[in-house]
Design a protein around this ligand. Structure first.
Ligand SMILES: [Zn+2]
Length: 58
């Protein structure tokens, strides 16, 4: 099973989709995406939690 995260589910107007085999992989990619595309300076524990809750299986 692949884990998938839709950036939209985090409240951004964004069609980006991140896929990885593990939750950590999703978090790492999501952090990079959020920082480079959405100017998110720091991945706070709250944001990391929101990412975890938005992860789905595919
Ligand atoms: Zn995005």
């Amino acid at each position: 099973m692949t884990k998938v995260l839709h950036c939209r589910d985090l409240g951004f107007e964004c069609e980006a989709v991140v896929r990885a085999a593990s939750e950590d992989g999703i978090l790492a990619q999501a952090a990079e995406h959020a920082q480079s595309v959405h100017n998110v300076g720091e991945i706070t524990p709250d944001l990391a939690e929101a990412v975890r809750e938005a992860i789905r299986e595919e």
